[in-house]
Write a protein of this length. Structure first.
Length: 273
């Protein structure tokens, strides 16, 4: 992203956020929401950061975002949610994300005290299967990145330009996305997956997903091709970490695309080379 475009995009985003007067930001702790909160602060606003804590996050993610939101001078509310109590989510159909967004953002809206709620959905999401976007529209959520045509590469450029910490933060979608459609996420398995992914991240892996592809089969560790090349010599250590977390029969495979694995398998989005 050329520097001039980055400055222009930043100015447009700040102007849009100022139009909300007193916004709330759905704060997951990922790069998109962290940048949105950061830029709102740069724009002279004092946004309310609302976070949904629950079993869909790993222990390390929960610990990190709690530390961020309970720091001095941070205006934040942490809401505890349990997506698995909603049957439309727990059955894990193709519409899971729609029902999950509807449930979680409903809880976040209740905590906003009438403030307009913004989220980090961006223009790159339009290329993927995202049924949750319909739920956001129905809930009246504003998506500034989407409205301005700002994609993932733009977000990383803006994060670097504005000096946001961890501008290269890798994406880690919620743990419910690790289960193949039709496989019900169980609480004990969510806990095991979360602990294992945290251990792998602590080892240095960045672009990976630990997936449950069937109800009774072994888990699969999917890593990006670039990550496999970078980390190839340490795959034995990766297997040791998985075994320590109780995953003794895990298969490991590398590929170009991590996001949308089950969506492509179900024919919900086109396969890309």
């Amino acid at each position: 992203m050329p520097m001039a475009r980055t400055r222009t995009t930043l100015k447009a985003l700040e102007q849009l956020l100022r139009g909300f007067s007193s916004p709330a930001v759905a704060y997951s702790g990922g790069l998109d929401s962290r940048l949105l909160a950061h830029i709102a602060g740069r724009a002279g606003l004092y946004p309310l950061l609302v976070h949904a804590s629950g079993p869909h996050l790993t222990p390390a993610e929960t610990k990190a975002v709690t530390a961020e939101l309970t720091a001095p001078h941070v205006n934040a509310v942490i809401v505890t949610v349990d997506p698995l109590q909603v049957e439309q989510i727990a059955r894990n159909g193709h519409d899971r994300c729609y029902h999950c967004k509807k449930y979680i953002y409903g809880a976040l809206l209740d905590a906003c005290s009438g403030r307009p709620l913004c989220d980090g959905t961006n223009a790159s999401d339009t290329r993927e299967y995202r049924p949750g976007q319909k739920a956001l529209q129905e809930c009246g959520i504003r998506s500034p990145y989407m409205e301005l045509g700002i994609g993932k590469n733009d977000i990383r450029a803006l994060a670097q330009y504005t000096g946001l910490a961890r501008a290269d933060q890798p994406a880690r979608p919620c743990l419910l996305t690790r289960f193949a459609y039709g496989v019900r996420p169980r609480r004990h398995m969510l806990r095991r997956l979360g602990a294992a992914e945290d251990a792998l991240a602590a080892l240095g892996l960045r672009e990976f997903r630990l997936r449950i592809t069937s109800a009774d089969g072994p888990p699969q560790l999917h890593i990006s091709s670039a990550e496999h090349k970078r980390f190839g010599a340490q795959m034995k250590t990766v297997r040791t970490v998985l075994e320590e977390q109780g995953f003794t029969e895990c298969t490991i495979s590398a590929g170009q695309q991590l996001s949308g694995h089950y969506d492509r398998a179900a024919g919900l989005v086109p396969r890309r080379c």
